[in-house]
Design a protein. Structure first.
Length: 551
């Protein structure tokens, strides 16, 4: 609040000392002559800020400037793969439907299509399971039971008329609670918005409704898309409930990993899909920037926010991505680009880049597994940029998205009030000079061009998820990344997942997911499941550490 008070006091007559100190805060030393020239204009600017602030802005209003990952000089290297017909397997109804909680989409689709399991039965199965899981994992903000059962009944009626919408028909899913759903709370995980109801359905929700997927719950996110602490507590890692699930797509990762939903939709600005997917052991796709509409989703950073599927396999990601991709005329950054699920693809001869310095051991099991598929591994030298410092782009835009929350003091309602929490970050970010923000954006242009050159000649990169600044770099450039478990490690007496990431060419989700699917078909990492001992012996949720935050 101190900055707001300073501006109110300073609007009429900012002193030379005030302006001198402000200059020092942003790294500029001003002479007495320079200060004398500046004072009247600074006062005029302050009065202008008041005029700009007099008109309230909804979070959904986008800036007049739009970001695109395609600059002049960046090549469109995406390759369209021949679409494959989705063949449904012959599957019998199990003795207990509980056997289906970790089934993949194709298996469930086969049972639903053959009417061996009804949409209502699947919906009731996952609602009941998610309720049991939530007692320990704290991964749900709102159950959408009434909406889900009504939708499931309607979908069963369609099947009775031999109308099948496709592989997502009747499949239960969960939405990160920054996606608007008409008539249901959309809390953004934050105390000031705990009772907020937005009178529209996000485009992603509409598209999944049309595909026949059944929304059973709004899942947790760290408050305003950071971390795993929300207004109801901390979301837990199903592999180790003493640990947070990481964030900010905390609930989607936790619920999917534990078999509470078949898939979920998460969002990422800087790690919010990759980080909880790593912690909880799920397979997720962060698509190319501009592939999935963000209309109806909470805005954090307009030039970096992305929505994507969080699943248990690359094939499931492909099926969900196919349903949610494409322009809607409402998000100006979204474009239509080809994509088709290609089935099992022969990846022999594909060149996959290994970033220099990414792996400690060139005999890493994932590299050996890819070589075993006939993939040609080639060294790639990545450009060197001050990407951490360039992330003032994120902080400046986030502070703008929640400008009014800071100025009216509602940020004090947020549970986390630490140095690394949003309230402090929003205040600090108000001091980022516009000149430096735009300088970072200009450096971003150079980074995008240099990354395009570095990726020339390879289908994708393979790398540990947090290696060599690729998480920061690719969120700035807009490249797509698929993240998946690649084993377990000992962590405070528990076995918890590790992850690997594949980063593809812009708009080349088809080859990226085909490569990942081929690797998963040759391995069994995607079949790892958390032990979930707490389901057999429920206990009070322990006080655990905060998860690694994402945005």
């Amino acid at each position: 609040m101190w900055l707001s008070l300073f501006l109110v006091v300073a609007q009429d007559a900012p002193s030379a000392a005030m302006v001198r100190d402000a200059g020092r805060v942003i790294g500029i030393e001003l002479t007495d002559t320079e200060l004398e020239l500046m004072l009247e204009d600074v006062a005029q600017n302050l009065r202008g800020y008041a005029a700009l602030r007099a008109r309230s802005l909804d979070n959904g209003v986008v800036p007049a400037l739009s970001f695109s990952p395609f600059l002049p000089g960046i090549e469109h290297r995406a390759v369209a793969l021949a679409p494959a017909k989705l063949e449904l397997p012959r599957v019998e109804r199990p003795a207990s439907l509980e056997e289906l909680v970790f089934a993949d989409i194709v298996t469930l689709a086969a049972l639903v299509r053959a009417r061996k399991v009804s949409c209502v039965e699947l919906t009731e199965l996952f609602l009941a399971r998610l309720e049991r899981l939530d007692a320990t994992l704290h991964c749900v903000i709102t159950f959408t039971r009434e909406r889900a059962l009504a939708q499931a009944q309607a979908l069963d009626a369609e099947l009775a008329q031999d109308h099948w919408r496709g592989p997502l028909h009747g499949i239960p899913w969960g939405a990160k609670d920054l996606l608007a759903t008409r008539g249901v709370r959309t809390t953004w995980g934050a105390e000031p918005f705990a009772e907020q109801v937005i009178d529209l359905d996000a485009t992603v929700v509409k598209k999944l409704d049309e595909a026949g997927a059944v929304l059973i719950a709004k899942l947790t996110l760290g408050a305003l898309a950071m971390g795993d602490v929300w207004h109801g507590g901390m979301t837990r890692n199903p592999w180790n409930p003493e640990q947070g699930s990481s964030g900010s797509s905390a609930g989607p990762a936790s619920a999917t990993a534990a078999g509470g939903v078949v898939f979920a939709i998460g969002t990422e600005t800087l790690g919010s899909i990759v980080s909880p997917s790593t912690r909880c052991g799920v397979s997720s796709l962060r698509p190319t920037f501009g592939r999935v509409s963000r209309h109806g989703a909470m805005a954090l950073t307009w030039s970096m926010d992305k929505l994507g599927p969080m699943c248990r396999s690359a094939r499931d990601c492909a099926l969900v991505f196919d349903a949610i991709r494409g322009a809607d005329g409402l998000d100006p950054t979204v474009r239509d680009a080809p994509f088709a699920w290609a089935g099992a693809v022969d990846v022999r001869g594909w060149k996959v880049g290994v970033p220099k310095g990414a792996f400690e051991d060139k005999q890493d099991p994932v590299l050996r597994e890819l070589a075993g598929l006939g993939v040609e591994l080639v060294d790639v030298e990545l450009p060197s940029f001050p990407v951490r410092e360039m992330l003032i782009v994120l902080h400046a835009e986030a502070a703008t998205a929640f400008d009014e929350l800071t100025r009216d003091g509602r940020d004090d309602q947020l549970a986390r009030q630490t140095r690394d929490a949003w309230p402090n970050d929003f205040r600090v970010s108000r001091l980022i000079p516009a000149v430096e923000y735009l300088r970072a954006q200009r450096l971003r242009t150079q980074l995008m061009l240099d990354m395009d050159k570095a990726l020339a000649g390879v289908v994708a990169l393979v790398h540990p998820s947090y290696a060599v600044n690729l998480l920061q770099t690719t969120n700035l450039t807009g490249h797509p990344t698929f993240v998946a478990p690649n084993g377990l490690r000992e962590n405070r007496g528990k076995q918890t997942p590790t992850s690997i990431s594949f980063t593809g060419q812009l708009d080349d989700e088809a080859r990226l997911l085909a490569l990942a699917q081929a690797w998963q078909a040759a391995t069994s990492y995607d079949e790892l499941r958390p032990p979930l001992e707490f389901l057999a012996a429920p206990a009070a949720a322990p006080e655990g550490e905060k998860g690694k935050g994402g945005q």
